[in-house]
Design a protein around this ligand. Structure first.
Ligand code: 2AM
Length: 177
C-alpha cells in the first residue's frame, strides 16, 4: 500500500500575533465557545491537499518552488463563525490581492494534481475554535493585527495521542520588490 501524509500549504503567523490572538480569544469568547486551537497551531491555510503520496508531494513541491509571488501585508481585522463547520475564525476584512493570487495558484496546482479542492472561493482565515456549533456573540470591531509574511510553507498534519501537530516540511520565500 502507498504511504500517504496529510499535507497543506499555509502561512505561519509571527509568534507575537499568535500570542496576541490567544489572549484576545481568552478575553472575548466564552470558555464553552468550542474547542480552542492551541497557540502553536494557529496558521492561515492556503491550500489543503489531503492525504497524498510522497510522489505527489514531490510534484507539488516542485510546482510550489516555481511560484514567484511578491510579498503582501495581511491585516487581521475581521472575525466570524461558520456554524456548519463549527469554526470561529479571524481573517482580513479585505484579502490582499497577493494572498489571493498565491492561494489560487497553489489550489489550481493541487487540483490539477488530483487533490480535491472545495468549490467555494478561498476565504482566508485563521481558525481559533473548532466544534463551535452553537452561535456565539462575536467581539465588536476595532481589533487588528498586521503582519507581512516572508515565506509560505508546506505542512504535514499528524494526529498523535489525541493531539494535532503540524510540522513544516518545506518553505519558499515571497519576493520583496
Ligand atoms: P482551517 O484552515 O479552516 O482550520 C490542516 O488541516 C488545515 O487545512 C486546517 O487549517 C484546515 O482548516 C485546512 N483544511 C481545509 N480543508 C480541509 C479538510 N477537508 N479537512 C481537514 N482540514 C482542512
Amino acid at each position: 500500500m502507498t504511504e500517504t501524509r496529510r499535507l497543506f500549504f499555509a502561512l505561519a503567523l509571527p509568534d507575537e500575533i499568535q500570542s496576541g490572538l490567544i489572549s484576545w480569544r481568552a478575553s472575548h469568547f466564552p470558555y464553552s465557545a468550542g474547542k480552542p486551537v492551541v497557540q502553536a497551531n494557529l496558521h492561515l491555510t492556503l491550500a489543503f491537499l489531503g492525504d497524498i503520496s510522497a510522489e505527489k508531494q514531490r510534484a507539488l513541491s516542485q510546482l510550489a518552488g516555481r511560484i514567484r509571488q511578491p510579498a503582501f501585508n495581511v491585516c487581521l481585522n475581521n472575525a466570524g463563525q461558520w456554524l456548519r463547520s463549527g469554526v470561529i475564525w479571524v481573517g482580513p476584512r479585505q484579502a490582499p490581492r497577493g494572498l489571493l493570487q498565491l492561494a489560487d495558484m497553489l489550489r489550481a496546482q493541487a487540483a490539477r494534481s488530483g487533490c480535491h479542492q472545495p468549490a467555494m472561493p478561498f476565504h482566508p482565515h485563521i481558525t481559533l475554535y473548532r466544534q463551535a456549533t452553537q452561535a456565539v456573540a462575536l467581539p465588536p470591531p476595532g481589533f487588528s493585527w498586521s503582519f507581512r509574511p516572508t515565506e509560505f510553507a508546506l505542512y504535514s498534519s499528524n494526529f498523535k495521542r489525541g493531539r494535532t501537530q503540524y510540522q513544516v516540511l518545506e518553505k519558499w520565500p515571497l519576493s520583496e520588490q
